[in-house]
Design a protein around this ligand. Sequence first.
Ligand SMILES: C[S@@+](CC[C@H](N)C(=O)[O-])C[C@H]1O[C@@H](n2cnc3c(N)ncnc32)[C@H](O)[C@@H]1O
Length: 209
Amino acid sequence: MEQVRRDFEGVASRWDSNPTRLKIAQDVGDAILRMVQLTPQMDVLDYGCGTGLIAMRLQPQVRSVCGADSSPAMIAVLQDKITTLKPGNVSAQLVDFEHGAHAAGEYDLIVSSMVTHHIPDTAALLREWKRLLRPRGQIAFADLDTEDGAFHGDNTGVFHLGFDRAALRRLLLAEGYTDVRDTTATVVRKEVAGNTREFPIFLIAARLA
Ligand SMILES: C[S@@+](CC[C@H](N)C(=O)[O-])C[C@H]1O[C@@H](n2cnc3c(N)ncnc32)[C@H](O)[C@@H]1O
């Protein structure tokens, strides 16, 4: 049965105006820089790049960054940044591995922020990333710790209410990744039904064995 997806098309043009989203991307970018040694020889894929906030942040430190996303409107915003800012080493591609549009290229590092909860089969995604990685390639992805559905409020297209880090570690090892480690990248504070709630976001990193 076709799963109902979240509609990112309508929000793409306003994505970068939301301070919470900007802060999450900033903090996740910082956590990636702390946890993964970037080098000028690296080709990086930002999977579910949205408007390319993380891709543009990492690009000065690596050979290339490709932003991949299933939303044409998100990719269009990133493409505008590429045209305007001319970083020289950033590209964009439309992907959707669940519908047969597989990402192209070979990468030394795949990063991803706040995407995995929108993809039903996490193990299949980890296998897709393995296919795209060079030998000893690395991944680093950020998402919510287990929550009760209050983070989004409307959980259309949210297939995981956060993740249990220990379960993710086991899954990564089972899928052939090694050197698995995690950190708390940021904590989002939101008003929910009159209360301030805290939603921690982890960054988990691993590499191919
Ligand atoms: C919450 S947004 C995060 C965007 C960006 N990573 C950021 O931090 O600003 C999730 C993104 O994942 C993308 N996405 C959802 N499902 C996807 C899939 N199956 N393949 C690729 N991208 C996907 C959406 O289009 C959206 O841009």
